[in-house]
Ligand binder design. Structure first.
Ligand SMILES: [Zn+2]
Length: 279
């Protein structure tokens, strides 16, 4: 299997978001108001998987509308995100980095994608969905959809970014995998599994890719922002369930130790450059 790590934009968030953040409304308010000098720049990743059964895209990054000239554009961002999310993310998408622009350079049309897998519905993961809506399948765990239509998730996952897309909702089923023992086995052969890693959101999935070589790669989504989170069991910020975040990190820490683990990758790890991995 081949995995291409794509960078689909950036966020400029409060320094403590990736590590050491407190949870709760007051921490979130402080993070939204943080000055530039108290912020860090993090990448937003998506992944292209060359699987024997077809091309898979995991997450979609930001969309071109938010950054028409390829630079931070507060007005364009405000047309896409409500003020509190615009202030939290301060996002931009350099020219050529939108997911469809990167696929096009590789000669891939959205219709060539067997499936787009969405790890969760936060805007930095689904805004680019509009660019690949022609994919054969767009798949999201039902649990993520369920909670996003309700309660506090409504305030951080604007439905306008995804509600008009032809998303197929799949149920997690009992599995030996994950802190919650819940997974979706995409092809029924354990080569691609969406494993529930709750905490950041209730329904969030990490993607476990297992190749014929016996090696695996875990795409941890936002369960961790960098290896430091699972090595020290300190969850990243912007989660809604600290205890579940820790359980998810414990599970990831165990996998990272496995001798057949080729890599654990996080969606916002500045320490990991775009590259292609074969495993
Ligand atoms: Zn994210």
């Amino acid at each position: 299997m081949k995995l291409h790590i794509l960078r689909c934009g950036y966020i400029r968030v409060a320094r403590d978001v990736p590590y050491g953040s407190r949870s709760g409304v007051s921490a979130a308010a402080r993070q939204m108001l943080a000055a530039d000098r108290d912020r860090v720049i993090l990448p937003v990743c998506a992944y292209l998987v060359e699987h024997p059964k077809g091309l898979l895209l995991v997450d979609t990054g930001w969309c071109r509308d938010l950054s028409p000239a390829g630079v931070y554009d507060a007005k364009a961002v405000s047309r896409l995100l409500p003020p509190h999310l615009a202030a939290f993310y301060r996002p931009w998408l350099p020219e050529g980095m939108a997911v469809h622009e990167q696929l096009e350079r590789r000669g891939i049309r959205p219709a060539d994608l067997e499936a787009v897998l969405l790890t969760h519905l936060d805007p930095d993961h689904v805004a680019g969905l509009r660019h690949v809506a022609g994919a054969k399948h767009i798949i999201l765990p039902e649990d993520e959809y369920f909670w996003s239509c309700r309660t506090v998730y409504k305030t951080r996952q604007p439905v306008s970014l995804w509600q008009d897309q032809p998303i197929e909702r799949r149920f997690y089923r009992g599995s030996p995998l994950g802190p919650n023992r819940w997974a979706i086995d995409l092809f029924g052969d354990e080569t691609v599994q969406m494993v529930n890693v709750p905490g950041h959101t209730d329904g969030q999935a990490a993607i476990l890719l297992r190749s014929g070589s016996g090696k695996f790669i875990l795409l941890a989504a936002d369960a961790a922002f960098s290896p430091r989170n699972w090595r020290e069991l300190v969850p990243p910020g912007f989660g809604f369930g600290r205890e579940w975040q820790r359980k998810s990190l414990q599970w990831i820490a165990g996998l990272a130790e496995d001798p057949t683990c080729a890599a654990v990758l996080c969606s916002h790890d500045p320490g990991f450059e775009p590259q292609t991995m074969e495993f």
